[in-house]
Design a protein around this ligand. Sequence first.
Ligand code: F6P
Length: 342
Amino acid sequence: MRIGVLTGGGDCPGLNAVLRAIVRRADTGLDHTVIGFRYGWRGLIEGATVSLDRAAVRGTLPRGGTILGSSRTNPYKTEGGVERVLRTLQREAIDALIAIGGEDTLGVARKLGAEGVRAVGVPKTIDNDLSATEVTFGFDTAVQTAVDAIDRLHTTAESHDRVMVVEVMGRHAGWVALHSGLAGGANAILIPERSFDVGALCDRLEARHARGENASIVVVAEGATPVEGTMTLLSGEIDEFGHVRLGGIGGRVADEIRARTGFDTRTTILGHVLRGGTPTAFDRILASRFGVEAADAAHDGDFATMVALQCDRIVRVPIEAGVGGLKLVDPERYALAEVFLG
Ligand code: F6P
């Protein structure tokens, strides 16, 4: 069997661990050949391939990013894109395609299934917003990276009696903000799922100062939005999946805090720092488990599926279960955080 693999969308730590696991499973357990496609779906449109054998993945377990490269190319938004993908799969005699990505990348894999593409999905995103899987690899590393930064920001905030606003990634879901804010001891956590009232936020900060607690940490997800009409917002460019380029809400919140309270306030945007670097042990293991299961699913001819973590077991679910709707922070989870906020 010839198994094709691609990594699409935003990169994250753990991608190379998935590739390594697919190659090691295919090479030793299943005796198949693995062909990598460069830069996500762009590699299938352009026919850009690289052989993935043991030598190619040697030493990549701890390495962040993806040795294949990634992109946000959408074949359905490219002139003749789908036909070119199908031609590449035929020319390369690909028997099964493993797509590693988030809702956009796996959404394309699902649609291509109707064109006869035999695909298996591996869920990937630091945002942890894919349904059907309890967690995606990349998320644990992103949260730990954010917590390490927040721990550092506490000491400098306390030295200067400052409010530190920390902007983290999270386009539609606030899981990174929620978990890093909880673990980092934040005093406020703003997430996309709950519009925030900046006046109420400032009241909370002033109450802290009235108690002599003059240093505060406010964690803001880049996709957080203010209650209608309470703040003006910036807007960025749109990608091929219709997502607006985010970033900057943290600075706007800091401006409002400074203007309304007079407190000395600074902003730190963690941004792509959360997407880089070496994966944690948890992510290395989860990514390896996903990779082995994806190779087995391809071998079994179990297509239009996505591997997932459920009750600590790696299972296969219909790919639409993973991409049908985003997994957002539910009110109960946020209610737990509120015990520690303020
Ligand atoms: O989808 C994961 C993610 O990291 C989001 O949290 C973030 O908004 C986006 O990717 C950034 O995308 P890019 O790296 O293409 O700017």
